[in-house]
Design a protein around this ligand. Structure first.
Ligand code: IMP
Ligand code: MG
Length: 209
């Protein structure tokens, strides 16, 4: 049984003109690779899988900012909807942490952690590329002796740079391209884009720091 939706390397994605994309980004994107509606549909199913697996355990959901904020908010909404509409429900509290490791399109060796007062169970993340960011955070979480730590990541990149790390819940497995939108950024741009899109090489130069 599949546990993630695979976007293949030869997938051309969708033409930008078929979707609503902010005018200021029209020139910067190659294609829409995951439309917002599909992200939501997949997230709804992840919520169901998580609630099923958690039994009656209290969930402390930890959002990894900034790139994880859209996925986290939608995932929480779907978990809340399940809690409201079924006989079984899981108590849910939230916390936020900020991690920073990227400059331009390159992962840096230094992962900075900012904030978060109670480090615990379900961690919601935007994308796992090498896995280094998540491994750093997991080491930190284990120092707090939580009962259980589960990681939900919307995206996992297929890349030879991977450390082999795999999250517990994966939305999509994606090609080794730089993706933006739905809170994923390139030097802080493109978080204000609803769909997940492939960034053009020209835009990488244009927004370089
Ligand atoms: P890792 O440590 O290599 O797994 O990188 C994970 C982090 O790098 C993510 O949380 C993102 O902030 C950033 N990142 C990696 N690939 C992309 C991408 O394609 N688009 C936007 N951010 C990315
Ligand atoms: Mg980033």
């Amino acid at each position: 049984m599949a546990t993630y939706l695979e976007i293949f390397d030869d997938d051309k994605g969708h033409e930008l003109s078929l979707f609503c994309v902010p005018k200021h980004y029209e020139e910067d994107l190659d294609s829409v690779i995951i439309p917002n509606g599909l992200i939501k549909d997949r997230t709804e199913r992840l919520a169901r899988d998580i609630v099923r697996d958690m039994g009656g355990h209290h969930i402390v959901a930890l959002c990894v900012l900034k790139g994880g904020y859209k996925f986290f908010a939608d995932l929480m909404d779907y978990i809340k909807a399940l809690n409201q509409n079924s006989d079984k429900s899981v108590p849910l509290t939230v916390d936020f942490i900020r991690l920073k490791s990227y400059s331009n399109d390159q992962s840096t060796n230094c992962v900075k952690v900012i904030g978060g007062d109670e480090l615990s169970t379900l961690t919601g993340k935007d994308i796992v590329e090498t896995g280094r960011t998540m491994e750093t955070l997991l080491a930190l979480l284990h120092d707090c002796n939580p009962k259980m730590v589960k990681v939900a990541s919307l995206l996992v990149k297929r890349t030879p740079r991977s450390s082999g790390y795999r999250p517990d819940y994966i939305g999509f497995e994606v090609p080794d391209k730089y993706l933006v939108g739905y809170a994923l950024d390139y030097n802080e741009y493109f978080r204000d884009l609803s769909h997940i899109c492939v960034l053009s090489d020209k835009a990488k130069e244009k927004y370089k720091v």
